[in-house]
Design a protein around this ligand. Structure first.
Ligand SMILES: Cc1cc2nc3c(=O)[nH]c(=O)nc-3n(C[C@H](O)[C@H](O)[C@H](O)COP(=O)(O)OP(=O)(O)OC[C@H]3O[C@@H](n4cnc5c(N)ncnc54)[C@H](O)[C@@H]3O)c2cc1C
Length: 608
């Protein structure tokens, strides 16, 4: 054991041996490369931050310094109640009864002083600004998330989803000699609306869900994102983020169609390359010609030449799976964008067919709204993080986000994509995106999360008959998380500090320790804006505030919105906290410890 520590500095050895870091140990080994700091100031800054941080996250005096006595007691009560399963399960009924008995005003007041006050930053921009300002005093920055959710029944949600079904079809017939029929069919099923999973909120704890209510509502959602940007800009200056969900800005069904087209195309190329993985699957135009020739396709026709031109969009002689880069162009129709080569006839055919003019327009609207939000954010110096959603929507969401990164991340990381470590394919997808970023020279920004849709993903895969996309167990997810983070750190070494950044969005203390130790190992100072952490408001304050006060870059995800309209979101947050708290009651124990400390030291009396 001792020999494995040679080369580590003393504080690192101490922390390593203290047993604090069970999972972080993977970070270090005898063959660990030595990493240089970019400057002596950065080294000094990092050393000081690291020394100040109590990696056990148990220094309650520091962790809860920002909390008044009332807030401390409120946190204790709220987290205690979130741990009572019957209350959590019946929370909607309880809230409805309270509202009836107390009347609107008293109900609102009660919630603002309890659950809402603990988990939500406020109703108005002014209230949010005051919370963000207070967090900032303790070194914690803000990400704003307008958390209003339609309070609709499961049946209504399903109806909205099914009603939004498009007549368009993805026609992979052209690919049939290359891709086997089973793969084509399973892919189609996976990216099709299934009534039994129409309510996308099922089995999802904390994430907010939008259902399509027409173009006008999407315009309103866009305006709300813009208002959030204003609030972030005024509350946090140029260091804030705003969270954006693409499903709020257009018809989710179109994202499903686009996702299917992307995945069918990937299947096609993977089959052509003999089943290589995405990032390995770089096929030269010469190889492609040979492969098509072997399949009996005449390769000197106009359509094949056009196909080559389309798939080698940067003219480097290599077929690129990230082609079709005109997605954001206003004049390009979705139905014309994905052209595939019919192996039998040698003709080019659109992959997405029967898309009506209205749907084409809706797709353009969705893209326009997303770009509008991004450009508005950039004009205000605010960065945007595009949330990751269900796997059947994610190829399209990710593709749109990557195209936005290409467009807006030329000089700095204005747009961040989200990667969900609970998925088996995450490292591979992220790797492919990083490769394009490196090749094209734009800033790669990633938010790394475990993922919020696990239960739903698993039951959908089982019911519809495709492979479970989620890692086999929690350990595998953690391993994936750490691999992705390490891979991003490698990319930072390769491309330099200004070209890659990552947000470690996690409440898991081992994961946060892993990230902090990775920063230490790679000598990444917090002020270099390469690596930051994030937790939800009202959760794991011992982590966020310890990091913030030590000088690390840390954010709180701040939900906000009118009390009554935030309730559906709040109900599901209570559910999430219930499951988290069952595992570990650490936060509550720490709050108790701090309360007792304040009482015994006399501090309780002098604090408000
Ligand atoms: C700032 C922020 C932004 C976020 N944005 C997004 C987003 O855009 N998209 C999104 O999907 N989520 C998002 N999330 C939610 C996130 O994905 C997690 O649901 C949440 O943070 C809990 O994960 P954790 O890392 O905090 O870890 P923990 O609390 O330690 O673990 C959470 C859960 O992971 C479960 N788990 C994960 N993988 C497995 C597996 N393979 N088998 C069994 N159990 C497993 C565990 O059971 C546990 O309950 C965000 C979270 C934060 C804090």
């Amino acid at each position: 054991m001792q020999s494995a520590l040679i080369g580590l500095n003393v504080p690192l050895q101490r922390r390593f041996l203290s047993g604090i870091l069970p999972s972080a140990t993977r970070c270090y080994s005898t063959d660990t490369k030595k990493y240089e700091c970019t400057s002596a100031e950065h080294k000094k800054e990092l050393d000081e931050c690291y020394q100040r941080l109590d990696l056990s996250f148990e220094n309650t005096k520091e962790a809860f310094k920002s909390k008044s006595n009332t807030e401390l007691i409120r946190a204790l009560v709220v987290l205690r109640l979130c741990g009572v399963q019957t209350l959590v399960n019946q929370n909607q009924m309880i809230l409805a009864t309270m509202r009836r008995v107390l009347g609107k005003n008293l109900f609102k007041k009660t919630l603002k002083n309890t659950f809402y006050g603990h988990f939500v930053a406020g109703e108005t921009e002014e209230e949010v600004r005051s919370v963000a300002g207070k967090l900032r005093k303790y070194g914690v920055k803000s990400i704003l998330d307008y958390s209003v959710e339609a309070d609709i029944s499961g049946q209504e949600a399903t109806d909205k989803t099914v009603k939004g079904t498009s007549q368009a079809t993805v026609k992979p017939a052209a690919m049939t000699p290359v891709v086997d029929a089973k793969t084509l069919e399973t892919t189609r099923e996976r990216y099709t609306v299934h009534q039994e999973f129409g309510d996308r909120r099922q089995g999802v704890a904390s994430a907010r869900t939008y259902f399509y209510e027409g173009e006008e509502q999407c315009d309103k959602n866009r305006d709300i994102f813009k208002q959030s940007i204003d609030a972030v800009a005024s509350a946090t200056g140029n260091e804030g983020f705003v969270a954006v969900k693409v499903t709020a800005l257009g018809r989710p069904q179109l994202l499903l169609k686009l996702s299917e087209a992307i995945v069918q195309t990937q299947n096609f190329f993977q089959a052509l390359t003999g089943g290589m993985t995405l990032q390995e699957g770089r096929l030269s135009v010469k190889d492609l010609t040979k492969r098509l020739h072997d399949l009996g396709v005449k390769t000197d026709t106009e359509s094949v030449k056009k196909f080559f031109h389309d798939v080698d969009f940067d003219s480097d002689g290599v077929v690129d799976l990230h082609g079709w880069n005109q997605l954001l162009e206003d004049h390009v129709k979705l139905g014309q964008l994905f052209q595939v080569l019919n192996i039998k006839t040698g003709a080019l055919e659109p992959l997405i067919q029967n898309l009506s003019e209205v749907e084409e327009q809706e797709f353009r609207n969705m893209v326009r709204r997303t770009l509008d939000v991004a450009e508005y954010a950039i004009s205000k110096g605010v960065r945007i993080m595009v949330d990751a959603e269900q796997t059947y929507l994610q190829p399209a969401i990710s593709k749109i986000t990557i195209e936005m990164m290409k467009k807006y991340n030329k000089n700095r990381g204005n747009v961040f994509n989200t990667y969900q470590a609970y998925l088996k394919c995450t490292l591979q997808c992220m790797e492919a995106d990083m490769q394009v970023a490196r090749r094209e020279g734009w800033h790669f920004g990633a938010k790394l999360v475990r993922g919020a849709y696990m239960e739903q993903e698993r039951s959908r895969a089982k019911a519809i008959g495709y492979e479970d996309p989620v890692n086999v167990d929690f350990q595998a997810t953690t391993k994936m998380y750490e691999s992705c983070l390490t891979r991003i750190a490698d990319e930072v070494d390769r491309r330099g500090r200004t070209n890659v950044s990552v947000m470690v969005a996690s409440h898991n203390e081992d994961t946060v320790r892993f990230a902090v130790n990775l920063m230490k190992e790679r000598c990444i100072a917090p002020s270099e804006r390469v690596m930051c952490m994030a937790q939800l408001y009202g959760m794991c304050d011992q982590v966020s505030f310890s990091l913030g006060q030590a000088g690390f870059s840390v954010y709180k995800y701040l939900p906000y919105g009118p009390v009554e309209e935030v309730l559906p979101y709040l109900s599901r947050r209570a559910l999430e906290n219930g499951s988290v708290l069952k595992k570990a009651n650490k936060e509550r124990d720490l709050l108790w410890k701090e309360l007792k400390r304040r009482i015994s030291s006399g501090e309780f009396k002098v604090r408000t």
